[in-house]
Design a protein around this ligand. Structure first.
Ligand code: G1P
Length: 297
């Protein structure tokens, strides 16, 4: 029986420059897929996986994120007065109980490994999850829940894994794979954004991790890696070097890279098409666009 994973770190300190000018005044994580901010998808996934403590590693200009998870007394009173109970219920999901959410600043943009390290005192000596909100995963059973369930059986550290085309391996942490047991991959090594031709496989790490507090020790002793940053991938690779178990889980579900505009738009369309209240109108519109485009060819 493994120690239960109840804490999750959400690294949200990035500037979101790919989405400028929108991200000039709003954090990227507040941008909406249909009508829910990106961060809400990550929180819902964490809750489904049994997470009860949420740690955000933020930076300057992320105040809107804190407000989003707070109560909105004026708005709530107004909705109550008007009898809009459905909307009040919807807002409940955005509220966090006092003491279950913490914000910590990453004062310098030194990379993902460093961002995770910033939360070390709040994690203490127990296993924890890391969720990168840019990676939105649509799945029947949430990706982190799949991982937590697998972790209960095998322990160690775990990363979400997905096959990517060969020419995209240079955009990810890439796994060196040993034994494969169903959807569990034994990890023999990891490389962050390998140069073309140097990828050990085409299994990429997607932004979900279950880690042990060992990782903080590795990060502390670590040199700057790919892109001149302190990489989480390098710290996990050190776990492997020490002989500690690291597994990749080939999760079930569809992953959207909401760190890119194309990925964000694809996620928006996909989530909208899954909604009963939007599906018909949007499908009709998309069909119309396709026929106009075909006619113009
Ligand atoms: C980060 C990680 C990388 C991982 C990727 C998944 O990279 O460093 O190992 O494969 O997330 O989205 P980033 O996309 O922040 O450059």
């Amino acid at each position: 029986m493994q120690t239960k994973v109840t804490k999750a770190i959400f690294p949200v300190a990035g500037l979101g420059t790919r989405f400028l000018p929108a991200t000039k005044s709003i954090p990227k994580e507040i941008m909406t897929l249909v009508d829910r901010p990106l961060i809400q998808y990550a929180i819902d996934e964490a809750r489904e996986a049994g997470i009860t403590e949420f740690i955000f590693v933020t930076s300057r200009g992320k105040g809107a994120l804190e407000d989003y998870f707070d109560h909105a007394p004026q708005l709530e009173a107004e909705l109550l007065k008007k009898g809009k109970t459905e909307l009040l219920e919807l807002l409940k999901n955005t509220n966090m109980e006092s003491g279950t959410i913490a914000y910590i600043r990453q004062h310098k943009a030194l990379g993902l490994g460093h961002a995770v390290w910033c939360a070390r005192r709040l994690i203490g000596n127990e296993p924890f999850a890391v969720i990168l909100p840019d990676d939105v995963i649509s799945a029947e059973k949430s990706c982190l829940k799949q991982m937590v369930d697998a972790y209960q059986d095998v322990g160690g550290s775990m990363v979400a894994a997905m096959e990517v085309p060969q020419d995209k391996t240079c955009c990810y942490g890439i796994l060196n794979i040993g034994q494969q047991d169903d959807n569990l991959l034994a990890v023999n090594g990891m490389v962050e954004k390998p140069a073309p031709g140097y990828e050990p496989s085409n299994f990429a790490v997607i932004g979900r991790y279950i880690l042990t507090p060992n990782i903080f020790m590795h990060i502390e002793n670590q040199k700057f890696g790919s892109g001149g940053e302190i990489q989480l991938t390098d710290a996990i690779a050190n776990e492997v070097t020490l002989g500690n178990a690291v597994n990749g889980l080939r999760f079930e579900g569809q992953r959207f890279d909401c760190g890119t505009k194309a990925g964000f738009l694809q996620a928006t369309i996909s989530f909208a098409l899954a909604r009963h209240d939007l599906r018909d109108e949007l499908t009709a519109y998309l069909n119309e666009l396709v026929s106009v485009a075909k006619a113009a060819q």
